[in-house]
Design a protein around this ligand. Structure first.
Ligand code: ATP
Ligand code: MG
Length: 571
């Protein structure tokens, strides 16, 4: 018993029970003495788009499990396709991983670093009679593939001699042949029940400059040919990937087995992808939204990208907590985006200050408050955390409150303001509505007139007097103007990408962005910097947009306060 405890202390933080199934596999491998107890994982993004929250799930697992067992995690860009990859994506991916709280130290690698070794391995397979050049078109090759229940047909080029294959492969790489005219295939088994084992294509001709290797190569390895071998070259012990790669595993193992020289072999383990309701989780689809300008960019706050969520005001902690809460399984599922929003609220609630912001303002005049008078009310920043202190908020005769907080003819259960009704202004006085005015043109309420009870201020003789409603407010003379962007779900269907006869874009929510201008904020917010986060009291969580500047302050709504879209925010 003692020995076992000791061992766990050596090999992992915490006990086995809080581990996900993959970490338990890793622990078993460590206990069995595999790889000398080493744990080495990798995160292998293809630099063909920005990371989304699904990638964050993979990142938390790849980096998290390495961390847990005192191991290492490499960042490896899977840049095997020069047609789709860009340096902009490489940079954004690195920024996002760091922001999520993980670090690859000096282990930043590229599949293209291994193009030479992969080419040599392909050459070696040819020499061993395990690979051949096929002159057929991709259509012909596909037509010979067979079906899962019917074996495929062997290519007429399958039995070329190694010498001929070597010569052709070299000439393919010298640029002698056109794209698509020839491929290199592994010679495995055209009758295998696993379609991926039916002589998969491992190299193709692409005559396009690569973002790192320039024009050096005219042939490029397929993903399946690069991935496992790169894992092997880097000494990866556990290659964690999503479930769709499960059927690729026999090929992964077959190739590595033909490469390896000793006992060591990376172990591929699959887990379920993250899918979220009301969004799409595929770089290709997200890119389509960007290119068609249906959103403002990859980091549009409505996007499920890491950069979009960051801009919207999500914290790395909230994303990590959400991912921890949904866990890792072997079953595909779709997770409720409300769970993510809950994690965000929970995190922000504890750590951001609460401030006053009036999004749809209406003037309120306190008729018995002297015009020249002005006070500073001390308001606590976060009632859950004394250490966050308090601030002074100016109060004067003319204020703004939310339009929705006044009703001319309020129903019994409306605990806000109406003629003859009393409410408390948060952190200040109890006021009573005595009158109101209307704009003659629009008919809208333009001014609410109240009296205040001077004894009801904190510390005053009637400070303890209770009224049912409490409203937030800002002093009209001191308020600063801001633009506030309210985001709703990007799609109005739970599973926009999963509808057979519909394009996912048909389900875009036309009301996913509502821009409010002329919002009134308490003056302390004039200093707020991009990405600063606040709770606007009674409304929701908000974050300063990256384009915000003094004099042109822009806030993004991160999430409404409750799991219903904020009452105050919708007109
Ligand atoms: P997409 O389908 O969005 O284009 P991808 O799988 O092609 O994504 P890669 O850059 O190849 O994107 O992925 C890097 C790693 O992230 C892979 O290990 C992949 O399994 C993982 N990953 C991608 N999408 C998800 C997801 N939705 N949930 C969990 N892991 C994911
Ligand atoms: Mg991919």
């Amino acid at each position: 018993m003692e020995g076992k405890t000791k061992r766990e202390n050596n090999t992992g933080k915490g006990n086995g029970s809080s581990m996900n199934f993959i970490e338990q596999f890793i622990l078993e491998d460590i206990r069995a003495g595999k790889n000398d107890g080493r744990v080495h994982t990798r995160f292998p993004p293809e630099p063909n788009g920005y990371l989304h929250i699904g990638h964050a799930k993979a990142i938390c697992l790849d980096f998290g499990s390495a961390e847990r067992f005192g191991g290492k995690c490499n960042l490896r860009f899977d840049d095997t396709n020069p047609l789709k990859e860009e340096t902009e994506y490489v940079d954004s991916i690195k920024e996002d991983i760091h922001w999520l709280g993980f670090d690859w130290e000096d282990r930043e690698f590229y599949a293209s670093d291994y193009f030479g070794r992969l080419f040599d391995f392909a050459t070696d397979l040819i020499k061993r009679g395990l690979a051949y050049v096929d002159d057929q078109s991709s259509e012909d090759i596909a037509a010979q593939k067979g079906t899962p229940t019917r074996p495929g047909k062997e290519s007429p080029f399958r039995n070329r001699s190694p010498i001929e294959n070597l010569d052709l492969f070299k000439r393919m790489n010298d640029g002698e042949f056109e794209e698509g005219s020839r491929v290199l295939r592994a010679k495995i088994d055209m009758a295998s029940p696993n379609m991926h084992m039916r002589d998969p294509v491992i190299y193709r001709i692409i005559k396009r400059s690569h973002h790192r290797t320039g024009n050096k190569w005219k042939v490029y390895p397929m993903y399946d040919f690069a991935h496992g071998q790169c894992d092997y070259f880097e000494g990866i012990t556990h290659s964690l990937c999503t479930l769709e790669f499960e059927v690729h595993r026999p090929l992964y193992d077959w190739l590595v087995d033909r490469l390896r020289t000793g006992d060591y072999r990376p172990r591929q383990i699959e887990f379920n992808r993250l899918n979220l309701t009301y969004t799409v989780m595929s770089k290709r689809k997200l890119q389509e939204l960007v290119i068609l300008k249906l959103v403002k960019g990859w980091d549009d706050p409505r996007m499920p990208t890491v950069s979009g969520l960051r801009r919207r005001g999500y914290t790395p902690e909230s994303i990590r907590n959400f991912i921890k809460s949904i866990g890792y399984t072997k079953f595909e599922a779709i997770n409720d985006v409300a769970l993510l929003e809950h994690a965000v609220r929970e995190d922000l609630n504890a750590r951001v200050p609460r401030v006053f912001a009036v999004l749809n303002p209406v003037k309120l005049v306190i008729s018995n408050y002297p015009a020249e008078k002005y006070e500073e009310m001390e308001i606590i920043n976060n009632p859950g955390d004394e250490n966050m202190g308090s601030r002074l908020v100016p109060f004067s005769r003319e204020l703004y409150i939310e339009k929705d907080d006044f009703k001319e003819d309020p129903p019994a259960k409306f605990f806000r303001l109406g003629p003859g009704r009393e409410v408390r202004l948060k952190g200040a006085y109890i006021i009573k509505c005595t009158d109101f005015r209307r704009d003659e043109l629009t008919g809208e309420i333009s001014e609410i007139i109240c009296t205040y009870d001077p004894d009801t201020k904190s510390g005053g003789p009637a400070a303890g007097r209770k009224v049912k409603g409490t409203l937030h407010w800002v002093s009209a003379a001191h308020a600063i103007d801001a633009e506030v962007r309210l985001y709703d779900r990007l799609f109005n269907h739970e599973d926009p990408a999963g509808q057979k006869y519909h394009d996912f874009k048909e389900f875009l929510n036309p009301e996913s962005l509502e821009i409010l201008t002329g919002c009134k904020l308490e003056p302390s917010l004039a200093e707020a910097q991009p990405l600063d986060k606040f709770q606007f009291q009674r409304i929701g969580y908000f974050c300063v947009d990256e384009d915000s500047m003094p004099g042109n302050i822009i806030f993004n709504r991160t999430v409404p306060l409750k799991d219903t879209w904020g009452k105050v925010s919708k007109k």
